[in-house]
Design a protein. Sequence first.
Length: 158
Amino acid sequence: MTTLLIPGHNDSEEEVARLCAWFVRNLGQDVPLHLAAFHPDFKMMDVAPTPAAILTRARRQALRAGIHHVYTGNVDDVRGQSTTCASCGRLLIERSGYTLGRWNLTADGRCKFVGHVWRVTLTLSRVGGDHAGSRFLSAVKGVQRKLAAGKRTKTSIR
C-alpha cells in the first residue's frame, strides 16, 4: 500500500500513528507500506514538497508500530528503499531508486544471516510507453534471475 504524505495535510505524528494502527489492525504486519513524498503539481502548486526528514520520521513510526516492511519513495533514501529482514533487521535487498545493490537472500528466499523466510511477490502493472515501468521491469528480471532456483519464491508480472 502506498500513502502520499502531504505537508500540513496528513504528515503529522498523530496522523501517521493513526495510519499505522489502522494498517496493522486491517492489513497486518507483513504487508509492505510505501510512504511517498509529495511534489507540487497540477492543482496543488501551493503546497511544499514533503521533506525527506518527514518520511524518515514516518518510517520510524511505522516500524515501531510493528509494520515489518516500510519503504520511502520519491526521495533519495537508500536505507528507506531497501528491504531488511523482519527477524534480524539486517539488509536483504539494497535499492536506490530502480537500482539494485547488495543482495543477502539465499536462492530459496531466506535471509543469509539467520535463515528467516522472506517470500517475494513482485507485481508489475505496465502502462504502454511508461519509461519508469521499463526500468522497473529490468529490475524485476534481475530479481527473477537471482531467485530462479528458489521454489518458494513467486514472481508475477502483469
